[in-house]
Design a protein around this ligand. Structure first.
Ligand code: PHE
Length: 486
């Protein structure tokens, strides 16, 4: 009987003392228990093994609902209306409506009508006031001691919140034949170890002790402990995937110049995304001085293509625009500066960082969000490599179905849009492409550069199954506690 718990042993031993049904009180007394949950639990265990039979019966009881409690305190609605009618010489509906709230007058009159009160020419009359009074008295009496056996029970059941049913379960336990043949020896209580502690392991007692079996299928409360915010956890996971794929991380400021954020990327100076309504330009620093030779280089490229084979955008390039301070609108501003500083060394770098755009906040947009950005520069880098890298990344994130579609960015050619399949639908997660010669050649870059930039919050929505991006940042503690460990 090694698998019986101590309470089960004790209860079975007690029940062996007498055949027939045992009530809860009898079991508690015989086992010297205070807590009825122990008896019920032990009884269940024994019944599961067929040593004990449980008989359960449900007895009906009722208690007052919220309205019932109010009625006991202030009188039943029909009783209050009735006594008002009694106190008036020619009680009219109009006066009653003044004396009672609207939500009481209507239903109250309905109740009285059913009792035999009628309205004639706007005045209440009643043939037999005694009958009405009698019924009202017995209803009041019912509420003072409600019972399910009272004939008025069904009347009150039909009214809202006056009474509530409360069933109580009564159990009895009786021993079965297979329970009674177990020898008392086997029912001796043993010391069982329920918890393994460092102190326990320091001694030797545990070597001969019995261990309580551990049931992994039982419901248990979730331990509440400190943990990373799901966005932070996701960033860590993405970071480790890129590190694992041989990339290094770059971290840079988000205050940047329009020159690096846009001009260096061959985004024309009249591009709509550069407008005030899309980009946060800064008052301080309003302008950041840039190296004149850099400005000259961008001017040449933008106006006529500089030394590249490009013809540029034409028009007039304005160096004052380039020196404007802004909050970066994409992390590509940092990868391009990394390349400017390291134009000849093959590299694989990534960034997971914050960007800013003047978006109005809604279900899928935030003015402040994160991008996952990366580049591969090496001899022979090509589109196939770019697509494979992105696919590998998403596969490691748990999204094996990835496709790319042609797209347009001023700084890449060819350009792609990356889509991931989620719940049967293709969702756009970011852009990618190979940097154009107008971007790379002036920096002295000889090898092709594959680049991509993806939205982190969009990916978080997939991972966490959200349909509102704002959920990520509203610090909803209950939601945060229930998020999966990423
Ligand atoms: N910078 C682009 C964006 O913000 C993404 C991108 C990065 C596209 C690199 C191509 C290459 O959407």
């Amino acid at each position: 009987m090694g698998d019986l718990s101590n309470p089960e042993r004790r209860m079975l031993m007690a029940l062996q003392g007498r055949e027939g049904a045992w009530t809860l009180e009898q079991v508690l007394a015989a086992c010297e228990w205070e807590d009825q949950a122990v008896a019920v639990g032990a009884g269940h265990g024994l019944s599961n093994r067929g040593f004990v039979k449980i008989k359960e019966s449900i007895t009906n009881a009722i208690k007052l609902g919220i309205e019932g409690e109010k009625a006991v305190e202030n009188g039943l609605l029909e009783a209050r209306l009735w006594s008002w009618i009694q106190d008036n010489d020619s009680p009219s509906m109009k006066e009653l409506s003044d004396a009672f709230e609207r939500h009481e007058a209507g239903p109250g009159v309905g109740l009285l009508k059913k009792l035999g009160v009628s309205l004639e020419g706007g005045v209440f009359t009643c043939e037999d006031p005694q009958v009405v009074q009698k019924e009202i008295d017995s209803r009041t009496a019912f509420l003072n001691s409600p019972s399910p056996d009272d004939p008025l029970y069904s009347h009150f059941k039909g009214r809202r919140n006056l009474i509530e049913d409360v069933g109580t379960i009564t159990r009895t336990w009786s021993i079965t034949t297979s329970g009674s043949i177990i020898s008392q020896d086997e029912l001796k209580e043993v010391v069982k170890i329920a918890e393994i502690t460092p102190e326990l392991l320091q001694g030797d007692e545990w070597r001969d002790a019995e261990f309580r079996p551990y049931d992994v299928s039982l419901a248990a409360t979730m331990p509440r402990s400190g943990r990373s915010h799901p966005m932070q956890a996701l960033i860590e996971r993405i970071r480790s995937i890129f590190l694992e794929m041989g990339f290094s991380e770059i971290v840079e400021d988000y205050v940047q110049t329009a020159g690096w954020n846009m001009d260096a990327l061959f985004i024309p100076q009249d591009h709509p995304a550069r407008e005030m309504q899309d980009t946060f330009y800064l008052d301080n620093p309003n302008s950041i001085e840039l190296d004149p030779s850099l400005l000259q280089q961008w001017k040449d490229i933008h106006e006529h293509g500089g030394d590249t084979e490009s013809t540029g955008w034409g028009g007039q390039y304005d160096p004052a625009i380039s020196q404007k301070g802004l909050l970066r609108t994409h992390t590509t501003v940092n990868t391009i500066q990394y390349l400017a500083e390291n134009p000849t060394e093959a590299c694989r770098v990534f960034a997971i960082d914050r960007v800013f755009r003047k978006e109005s906040i809604d279900r899928t947009h935030l003015p402040e969000f994160h991008q996952i950005e990366g580049i591969i520069m090496e001899p022979g880098a090509n589109l196939g490599m770019l697509v494979t890298t992105l696919k590998t990344f998403y596969e490691k994130m748990g999204y094996p179905e990835v496709r790319v579609r042609p797209a347009y960015f001023p700084y890449t050619e060819p350009s792609l849009e990356v889509e991931v399949k989620w719940r049967g639908k293709w969702l756009e997660l970011g852009g990618a492409g190979i940097f154009r010669p107008e971007v790379t050649e002036p920096l002295g870059i000889k090898d092709p550069v594959c680049a991509w930039g993806m939205g982190l919050e969009r990916l978080a929505m997939l991972v966490l199954g959200l349909d509102d991006i704002r959920q990520l940042y509203i610090s909803d503690l209950e939601w945060l506690r229930n998020q999966p460990i990423l």
